[in-house]
Design a protein around this ligand. Structure first.
Ligand code: ADP
Ligand code: MG
Length: 253
């Protein structure tokens, strides 16, 4: 099952600055939405609001019609219970720029941890699932290793396996290749490409324009906390309508 994400009127301020300035965005179920934009445009903040890591000042995010905390201007903030938040978050996979693996756990235990704790899966089942996922990302032989023994590309593939271990209905990837040496980018993109074919809803922040063109169903260009332009990759990437989009694409490609 994969989820539809709707973001409406999303506003988030830090120190009086609107880093999200009224964002409307829909990530359709089963599709890959790629978010582009200059550094500081609000991309990470946007992903973090979807996963309850940040709370909006106003507007809302919903996943399959279920609200992820709401605050409509002037109205009281409607809090979700801690339990509801954990339940929602347990079905969202998040892949960070810097992998964020647990350094003291083996590769296998990194993948096993979340299903054991949040889904209370029996260990035998969690281990079986983890081994399948490590095979899927080409790392079955690294199960007993520790993160520091792996290359950045391998660590990021583990992080992807870990995100998949929750059988997510939504996967968020925040610049998954930007911390990697250039020669390691390809192996991680290959895993994400395979994932994109699986029909899980994905929102991907990336500066890899060629890759975006290949995997995106929908491209959104953000600048200064606003959606400047969106549409299919053939429109936004090949025939951008806005100067700011053109300027950005000119810099990254
Ligand atoms: P992007 O991912 O597009 O580079 P971010 O969402 O990380 O952008 O940041 C958007 C803006 O919000 C930046 O100006 C950043 O400095 C600011 N910002 C992000 N997180 C915080 C925070 N926790 N406290 C204060 N400012 C923040
Ligand atoms: Mg970011």
């Amino acid at each position: 099952m994969s989820a539809e994400v709707r973001i409406r009127g999303a506003v988030k301020t830090y120190d009086g600055i609107r880093v999200l300035d009224g964002i409307d965005l829909t990530a359709p179920s089963g599709q890959v939405t790629v978010v582009l934009g200059p550094s500081g445009s609000g991309k990470s903040t946007l992903l973090r609001t979807v996963n309850h890591l940040e709370r909006l000042d106003s507007g809302y995010v919903s996943i399959d019609g279920e609200l992820v905390g709401v605050r409509v201007h002037g109205d009281r903030f409607k809090e979700l219970s801690e339990r509801a938040i954990l339940r929602q978050r347990s079905r969202i996979g998040f892949v960070f720029q810097n992998f964020n693996l647990f350094p003291h756990l083996t590769i296998l235990d990194n993948v096993v941890e979340a299903p054991l704790v949040t889904q209370r899966l029996p260990r035998v089942e969690a281990v079986t699932r983890a081994k399948e996922l490590l095979a899927r990302v080409g790392l079955e032989d690294k199960a007993g290793a520790y993160p520091r023994q792996l290359s950045g590309g391998q660590q990021q593939r583990v992080a992807i396996a870990r995100a998949l271990a929750l059988e997510p209905r939504l996967i968020l990837l925040d610049e998954p290749t930007s911390a990697l040496d250039p020669e390691l980018v390809g192996e991680v993109l290959a895993v994400i490409r395979e994932l994109a074919r699986s029909g899980t809803t994905m929102i991907v922040v990336t500066h890899e324009i060629g890759f975006a063109r290949e995997i995106a169903d929908h491209v959104v260009f953000l600048d200064e906390g606003r959606v400047i332009e969106e549409g299919p990759p053939s429109a936004v990437l090949d025939r951008p309508r806005h100067d700011r989009t053109r300027a950005f694409l000119g810099k990254v490609t």
